[in-house]
Design a protein around this ligand. Structure first.
Ligand SMILES: [Zn+2]
Length: 167
């Protein structure tokens, strides 16, 4: 059997790197046959699952922090609350009063920054990335409630009104 070096794994790209990690955990390199078996089965799955979980958790944190960044005083006010609840996960909340337009901006900031900006950058730079497309689409899906709330607020509350969120 042909021994595959770390360099060979690395040159196989991302899945190879995931496999490399797996093989090192087993205490050494693996043969070429093992490498491709692992790559096509366990490593592939590990890679996709780990990538999904890390991306999802990271995306939720960044999403919530982007809401907070648009709070009055950029989130440094005592009314800005960032926390973690077992049932709702990581969240950011503003307990004080704000203008209607500020509230709409808070609601839509993660959608614009995580879903729209990377797509625009990818289009302008002429690059494609499956993960960027996935994160963009998944964030847009997670922002459904934000979009719905922004629509309600825009159509039902006058622009000059002050707003205090109860949620
Ligand atoms: Zn949101």
């Amino acid at each position: 059997m042909v021994e595959v070096t770390e360099g060979a794994f690395a040159s196989d790209g991302e899945i190879g790197l995931a496999c490399d990690w797996h093989c090192r955990r087993r205490g050494g390199g693996c043969s070429l046959v093992e490498h491709y078996t692992l790559t096509s089965t366990r490593c592939d799955l590990h890679h996709v699952l780990a990538g999904f979980l890390v991306s999802f958790a990271g995306m939720v944190v960044v999403h919530e922090l982007l809401h907070v960044a648009v709070h009055p005083m950029s989130g440094r006010s005592p009314h800005s609350i960032v926390g973690f609840g077992p049932s709702i996960g990581f969240y950011g909340h503003y307990s004080g009063e704000m203008t209607r337009n500020r509230f709409v901006a808070i609601l839509l900031a993660p959608l614009v920054v995580i879903s729209f900006v990377p797509l625009l950058v990818a289009a302008v730079a002429q690059v494609t990335s499956g993960w960027v497309a996935f994160i963009s689409a998944f964030n847009a899906f997670c922002a459904c409630a934000d979009i719905f709330d922004a629509g309600l607020v825009l159509f039902q509350i006058p622009a000059t009104a002050m707003f205090a969120s109860r949620a």
